[in-house]
Design a binder for this molecule. Structure first.
Ligand code: GLA
Length: 669
């Protein structure tokens, strides 16, 4: 580990059956030895509470804690995460283990962070058993107070679903056809909260018995079942697991989006990449190896987008168990023959040079709205089209920003949007009053909003907002949507811009009647010919655009280029295509990250006189050669302390781990 510059290790994530081999008897001896060894080697621990996989004895004592699927099938032990999130037996036993761990390890010098559970919801995002049903009813009683109010919110007069007593209410189990949509939406809200309560139960014990140690649990990027806006408020350090597919040409973009989401969730707190794989995973149908340089590129990309730590799953590749074919930093064979090991060592050395970057943010002038509740509601069945996917719509916008090197945050629609010049709203299907008012105010006060089709359609009860679509935004957008005309997969619709140039859309189209909005583009054929496809409306001091179809990438780029230029949002950097550029500002200076996703060497413009941190070279000219998958990190001249000061702050690989993260932990706690 010292050879690879490792300075933080996650320990004990799935160790419950070792830590508590029989009920109530804890065995910490082996873990003491591990933590002492780590500390002796100058390595800190992100110590897991070990509760993500209940031991067989607990299941034997409490078979009712096994989770149940919507169709009544019980999941059994023998893999992992086999617990019902609402189970008091599970929650109590997990909290007791967390308490015992905190009591035993609170002053261990290796301990710098707690890792609660693991990837909440990964395999079992929701449970439909009777215990969950009772917990769901309590949750609903808190939300609605009376059964009448639940009947109103769920619209139970439809299909004779009216409840006369709380006892009749169940989770949306397998039904002959679509279950009640508001029931389904509430169950998603409840399931996210039930898992959060598991985390909270452990967190309370840790905070009480080991005060001052930062607490995290690892997220899974854009993970639909958990409302990470809520979850991240309960973390001291946000952490993420990301496994982009080396075989997918979109992976560079997806990984960038993951990083931006984590930085946004962290809201100024530190975040770390908790898991990535050094090479292959084992859980895709075909598990592509990472070609040379890709692991380094994707690691430094996360640093560029705000990560202050880069970790891996896993240290040593196991001989036994379900993940023995998942790659590791230390492989089955001799490490010196493993490219992954060589690359891991080199990455350790690279990261040791980047302390000056830590704590830095990314100054984004664009925000993309993302609301889990709207995402859940959008993807419930029985819509004009079953093809609408929240993340597809997000990506349709993000693609242009990524290619154009425009930094963007993600934001909840009720959050403070005033720092942003442009706000993008991809398919914001569900909006509450606060969100609608916030967007209205934002534009009135001078902001620029771009909103896609099928937004502002339902309220938080998933009831259609009447008065003409999209009811809360008609005035703001200066239009009315008369009807939805979804497009079958593979069907395109022509789009014609005002200057006569042609574009296209797919997935969806709408019959729009402008009431003040000007037409930027119209549909070019069929029933919608000459009707608006893209509009713009001046509203208050600001501007609101509306897209009535999913524009193809060139058309989307064209619209967004205009939007960004008018709002005076400048790209971070301009250079050869395929090079991603992100600027991180820290108290130590401005750092320009250039990441070449291409497989060819390129010449990239850089600020002359800057200091390239990875090579330690002062840049004499205004361009730099980036190898295929190469990275440069340039401290911009005059943006911080002297190059000598940054040089002095560089941590030589053999001393990595001495202090910096532990100190960061104390500071942030
Ligand atoms: C997740 C888990 C790890 C491991 C990896 C494999 O991220 O947290 O325990 O299973 O997936 O990729």
């Amino acid at each position: 580990m010292r050879e690879a510059g490792v300075n933080l290790v996650s320990v004990g994530i799935f160790s419950w059956s070792r830590l508590e081999p029989v009920p109530g008897r804890y065995d910490f001896e082996w873990l003491d030895r591990v933590l002492d060894l780590l500390h002796g080697g100058g390595i800190a621990a992100d110590l897991a509470t070990g509760t993500a996989s209940p031991p067989p004895w607990l299941v034997h004592q409490h078979p009712e804690l096994l989770p149940m699927l919507a169709d009544g099938v019980r999941l059994h032990h023998g893999a992992r995460q086999h617990y019902c999130p609402s189970s008091p037996a599970y929650r109590d036993a997990a909290a007791r283990l967390a308490e015992a761990m905190a009591t035993h390890y609170h002053d261990h010098p290796a301990l710098v962070m707690w890792h609660v559970g693991n990837e909440y919801g990964c395999h079992v995002p929701a449970c439909y058993c009777d215990v969950s049903a009772a917990d769901f009813r309590s949750w609903l009683q808190r939300r609605y107070q009376s059964i009448e109010e639940l009947n109103r919110a769920w619209g139970t007069d439809f299909w004779s679903q009216r409840y006369s007593d709380w006892a009749e209410v169940i989770p949306p189990r397998r039904t002959p056809t679509w279950p009640n949509p508001t029931q389904s939406l509430d169950f998603q809200r409840f399931s996210s909260d039930a898992l959060l309560e598991c985390y909270e139960a452990e967190r309370r014990e840790l905070a009480e018995h080991a005060p001052g140690v930062p607490i995290t649990t690892n997220f899974m990027s854009f993970f639909k079942p958990l409302d990470y806006w809520k979850w991240s408020q309960r973390e001291d350090v946000v952490s993420n697991d990301a496994y982009p597919d080396p075989d997918d040409p979109e992976s560079g973009l997806i990984a960038a989006m993951n990083g931006d989401l984590m930085r946004s969730l962290a809201r100024g707190r530190p975040w770390v990449l908790m898991e990535q794989t050094p090479n292959r995973v084992n859980w895709r149908p075909v598990n592509a190896a990472k070609p040379p340089g890709l692991m380094r590129l994707w690691s430094l990309q996360q640093v560029a987008r705000g990560a202050d730590g880069i970790l891996f799953f896993q240290w040593r590749q196991s001989r036994a168990g379900a993940e023995k074919w998942h790659s590791a930093m230390v492989p089955h064979g001799a490490p010196e023959h493993s490219r992954a090991w060589q690359e891991v060592k080199a990455l350790g050395a690279d990261l040791g040079k980047l302390d000056a970057v830590c704590g830095g943010g990314v100054d984004a002038q664009v925000a993309i709205l993302l609301d889990w509740e709207s995402w859940w509601a959008l993807e419930l069945p029985s819509k004009p089209s079953g093809e609408l996917r929240q993340l597809d719509q997000v990506r349709a916008y993000y693609r242009h920003l990524f290619d154009a090197n425009v930094a963007a945050d993600f934001a909840h629609p009720t959050s403070d949007l005033t720092p942003y010049k442009v706000v993008l709203a991809p398919n914001l299907y569900l909006v509450g009053e606060a969100a609608a008012g916030n967007l209205d105010q934002y534009v009135k006060a001078g902001g620029t909003l771009v909103m896609s089709f099928f937004s502002g359609i339902v309220d938080p009860d998933d009831h259609v907002r009447l008065g003409g679509y999209p009811a809360p935004f008609k005035e703001l957008l200066g239009l009315r949507v008369e009807d939805f005309l979804p497009l079958a997969p593979g069907r395109q619709i022509a789009v014609e811009f005002a200057d006569g140039s042609q574009g296209g859309g797919d997935l969806w189209s709408e019959l729009v009647t402008p009431h003040g909005a000007e037409e930027i583009a119209t549909f070019g054929s069929g029933e919608l010919a000459a009707r608006p496809a893209v509009t713009r409306q001046h509203y208050g001091e600001g501007t609101a655009y509306y897209l009535a179809t999913r524009l193809d990438p060139p058309s989307m780029s064209r619209v967004l280029s205009e939007v960004l230029a008018r709002a005076e949002v400048a790209p971070t950097w301009s250079g050869p295509a395929g090079v991603e550029a992100v600027r991180r500002d820290s108290p130590q200076g401005r750092f320009l990250f250039l990441l070449n996703h291409g497989e060819e060497e390129v010449e990239a413009p850089v600020p002359a006189g800057g200091l390239e941190l990875l090579s330690g070279e002062r840049l004499a000219s205004s361009s730099i050669t980036l190898a295929a998958r190469g990275v440069a990190i340039v401290l911009e001249p005059g943006s911080g302390p002297s190059a000598e000061a940054v040089e002095a702050a560089r941590v030589p690989a053999e001393h990595a781990g001495e202090g910096s993260l532990a100190e960061a932990g104390e500071r942030d706690a």
